[in-house]
Ligand binder design. Structure first.
Ligand code: SF4
Ligand code: SF4
Length: 364
């Protein structure tokens, strides 16, 4: 890790713990670079809406977005999709955000990673890379991701291994993310071991059952994935097991205990209730692929604002009212809570920082 990035991270933690709460400033932004994806997961609607697949910001527009985010005090940007590696100009996009001093995270399904590209983006200071890995069994991986070809599984696993070796040299964090459903819950221990052996951290999430017909919600799920009572019980027990695994020395699991408890409660309730009082818009913001804004990735676009006038949104005296109006348009969520826990739970951010330092700085 270079010194500049390290100082950036320390200032980020200070920002999270002190400034975000006092000034209600967004510290973190998710930017969907594209809605295109080469996977077809049933748990995601991003690829289903053909109408908006081609609408993406160009480099000149992304420069304006980055400057505007910097002006409102954002510290960290997650580049998401769809699949960000489908963008031919991804290197230039990362460069724009690094030049504007952001902590930059790339979220990918891992299929299109290649060594040369990874070295290039690590060398300009990419801070973290998040790779989805829902199974270590080729047939289950293929089923969850809606693929026809098991070769893609082997490619993703190989890419994760290569990335983690290169990442170690650059001090970049490699995080695996696994969404649990009845068909992969038996794999928690193996995935945990795989993360450990490959110097990665791993986060486990439950499948959130967003309404299948809600095109605004990136997590709107195919209703055939809805767990029955027996499956809910198994999912709950799996999250209890993850809490136990997390207690082990040098555990790679980076979910906070609070978030794991939320999943346990979610699967314990009879109506799968995801409601909570979030601060979406205040602490974090979504930038959609077409440049419009959302309080998070599960709500409709905020009318009248986009990447060009973000500053006006945050100066607007009515912003609280606007955010509240859009927050009401969702059915709740669970995993987005981890963003707020970083601001509201001192122990969570300290634990995460220590885990990060131990894994990606001391182990170099
Ligand atoms: S979950 Fe990720 S990999 Fe799967 S279709 Fe959606 S964007 Fe693509
Ligand atoms: S509760 Fe709703 S508005 Fe708030 S972060 Fe979750 S999905 Fe978004």
């Amino acid at each position: 890790m270079n010194i500049k990035n390290f100082i950036n991270k320390i200032s980020y933690i200070f920002h999270l713990l002190i400034l975000s709460k006092i000034f209600k400033k967004p510290y973190h932004v998710h930017f969907q670079l594209t809605r295109r994806c080469n996977f077809r997961c049933l748990s995601c609607c991003v690829w289903k809406n053909e109408a908006d697949l081609t609408s993406e910001l160009k480099l000149e527009e992304i420069k304006i977005l980055a400057e505007n985010l910097r002006k409102i005090g954002v510290k960290s940007v997650a580049l998401t999709g769809g699949e960000p590696l489908l963008r031919k100009d991804l290197f230039e996009i990362i460069n724009i955000f690094k030049k504007n001093n952001f902590i930059v995270r790339l979220q990918t399904n891992g299929c299109l990673i290649n060594e040369d590209f990874i070295k290039k983006i690590f060398s300009i200071g990419l801070d973290d890379i998040y790779v989805s890995l829902d199974s270590l069994k080729p047939d289950i991986f293929t089923k969850i991701n809606g693929l026809e070809n098991e070769n893609i599984f082997y490619k993703v696993v190989e890419n994760i291994k290569k990335t983690s070796v290169i990442a170690k040299k650059y001090g970049v964090g490699v995080f695996l993310t696994t969404v649990l459903q009845p068909i992969n819950i038996e794999e928690v221990e193996n995935l945990n071991k795989f993360a450990q052996e490959n110097n990665c951290l791993i986060g486990f999430y439950g499948l959130e059952m967003g309404d299948e017909t809600d095109k605004n919600n990136i997590r709107s799920c195919d209703s055939q994935l809805l767990p029955d009572e027996k499956q809910k019980k198994s999912l709950k027990e799996t999250f209890v097991k993850i809490k136990q695994l997390k207690k082990e020395k040098k555990s790679p699991i980076f979910n906070s205990n609070k978030l794991l408890d939320d999943f346990i409660n979610y699967y314990s309730s009879s109506n799968l209730n995801m409601r909570w009082n979030c601060n979406a818009g205040d602490y974090y913001l979504e930038v959609f692929a077409n440049g419009l804004l959302g309080v998070c990735n599960a709500t409709p676009e905020i009318s009248g604002f986009d990447y060009k006038n973000i500053k006006d949104l945050y100066k607007n005296k009515e912003k609280e009212k606007i955010f509240k109006k859009y927050r009401k348009k969702c059915n709740g969520c669970i995993c987005t809570r981890q963003l707020e826990y970083l601001v509201n739970d001192f122990s969570d951010i300290i634990n995460k920082s220590l885990q990060y330092i131990n894994k990606f700085i001391i182990s170099i």
